[in-house]
Design a protein around this ligand. Structure first.
Ligand SMILES: Nc1ncnc2c1ncn2[C@@H]1O[C@H](COP(=O)(O)OP(=O)(O)O)[C@@H](O)[C@H]1O
Ligand SMILES: [Mg+2]
Length: 241
């Protein structure tokens, strides 16, 4: 479904990703974990077409999408839930959800997809006509997920969905990610929250200073010394900076 080959991305003279390669098979949930500044958001923004890579190649469903515009990629089935959610606070829940479907023309199917999203997140139904800035952080995350679903994505990119949320709310958000996977969506989630990422993902990549330090099946990585060194070693160094 997604094949990233030797991807490098820079902000001016700052190199954020250094020759990243990885693949995601259709139907998989894959996590990329790494400490703050590792390059996780840069990776998702590059796949979503928001950032232009310096070099390397990104293929989606067998087609080269390197350098394609973000809007075009939404139409092709790539949906990003950005870090910090980026919902429109002055718009209602209904309006925010409708924005997710702007690339679509199939009015009737949109209406039934909205019903599906509201069934998945009943709290959004209760608050359907309220302004989004009245929602709690967890509700806003659910709205951001729902909005992304309304583009009918084949690949969903989630940037730190647990960020800033209380553990109980994180449970709900992660339960909904599991539900999405049941519905057949392929998911790439980036997280600093190692426990959550390992629990939800079939496979996990550890990103450190813009490069992949380690990868494997999540069940096999968890608790191994090499994994602790790859993730926590780096995270301690970063904390000390
Ligand atoms: N707009 C930007 N301009 C310059 N440097 C940036 C910008 N965004 C991110 N960076 C740098 O790129 C690196 C990776 O950042 P980012 O992808 O946001 O990491 P993460 O999401 O893992 O915290 C960091 O060193 C960060 O400082
Ligand atoms: Mg980030």
């Amino acid at each position: 479904m997604l094949k990233v080959t030797d991807l490098s991305v820079a902000y001016g003279s700052i190199t954020a990703l250094r020759g990243i390669s990885f693949e995601i098979t259709e139907g998989e949930v894959v996590a990329v974990i790494g400490p703050n500044g590792a390059g996780k958001s840069t990776l998702l923004l590059s796949i979503a077409g928001v950032l232009k890579p310096r070099s390397g190649r990104i293929e989606f469903a067998g087609r080269n999408i390197t350098g394609k515009q973000a809007e075009a990629l939404v139409s092709e089935g790539i949906s990003l839930v950005p870090e910090g959610r980026h919902i429109f606070g002055s718009l209602t829940v209904a309006e925010n959800l409708a924005l997710g479907a702007t690339v679509r023309r199939d009015r009737q199917a949109i209406a039934s997809d909205i019903d599906r999203v509201l069934a998945m997140f009943p709290v959004l139904k209760d608050r359907y006509r309220q302004r989004a800035n009245k929602l709690s952080g967890g509700e806003q995350q659910m709205l951001a997920l729902g909005r992304a679903m309304l583009a009918r994505p084949r690949l969903l990119l989630l940037d730190e969905p647990s960020l800033g949320l209380a553990p109980l709310i994180v449970n709900q958000v992660y339960q909904s990610i599991m539900d999405l996977r049941q519905s057949g969506v392929t998911v790439l989630v980036v997280e600093q929250n190692v426990t959550r990422a390992l629990a939800v993902a079939d496979r996990t990549y550890v990103l450190s200073f813009g490069a992949i330090a380690m990868s494997g099946r999540s069940t096999e990585l968890a608790g191994t010394a090499a994994f602790d060194t790859a993730y926590f070693g780096v995270s301690r160094e970063v904390e000390q900076e």
